[in-house]
Design a binder for this molecule. Structure first.
Ligand SMILES: [Fe+2]
Length: 174
């Protein structure tokens, strides 16, 4: 697609974001049962529902614009979900594996934050106030989830430096 106007670029971004939201919803739905920590499991489960609802919100925004025939497909999140699946098979179940999962889901969230931040800014420039508000709400959900994941990872990581230190000391004493 060769775009020569701003509104078309914005609509192409909405289409990409809608497809991405479906990918995120599917990926999180697959991964959340594998989280060991109950709070992490619930956070990921709830965010999978958010992503599914966001795909519907984006679809309704697109209904106001009409669809473009040909837009890019954002495959970056597919690659990150592949890494997350791999981490689930290469890391022992427990806090460490949950931390690996959080790290990868946060990469996905940061990607979404960049996308929704840009689209909300575009909607504002285009004078589409309702769409700016809807995109801003999605952006805030992603930011809140990112913060929740940081808090869970920080809690899960607490024992590790001490365990590593004790292990080092016991090796040194042997
Ligand atoms: Fe998200």
């Amino acid at each position: 697609m060769k775009t020569n106007d701003f509104e078309t670029m914005y609509v192409a971004g909405l289409q990409e974001a809608e497809a991405l939201a479906v990918t995120v919803a599917d990926g999180l739905t697959e991964l959340y049962p594998q989280a060991d920590d109950p709070e992490l499991r619930e956070t990921l489960r709830a965010h999978a529902i958010d992503a599914r609802e966001n795909a519907v919100r984006l679809k309704s925004l697109l209904n106001c614009h009409g669809r473009l025939l040909d837009t890019d497909v954002d495959g970056s999140v597919d690659a990150l979900f592949a890494l997350a699946r791999h981490a689930m098979t290469t890391t022992a179940r427990g806090p460490l594996r949950d931390m690996a999962l959080i790290s990868l889901v946060q990469r996905i969230e940061h990607h979404e934050i960049a996308i929704y931040g840009t689209l909300a800014a575009y909607a504002k420039i285009l004078g589409r106030q309702d769409e700016k508000v809807a995109l801003g709400a999605i952006l805030e959900e992603d930011r809140a989830t990112d913060e929740d994941l940081t808090a869970i990872a920080t809690r899960l990581a607490q024992p590790f430096p001490r365990v590593s230190l004790e292990r080092s000391l016991s090796v040194a004493a042997a």
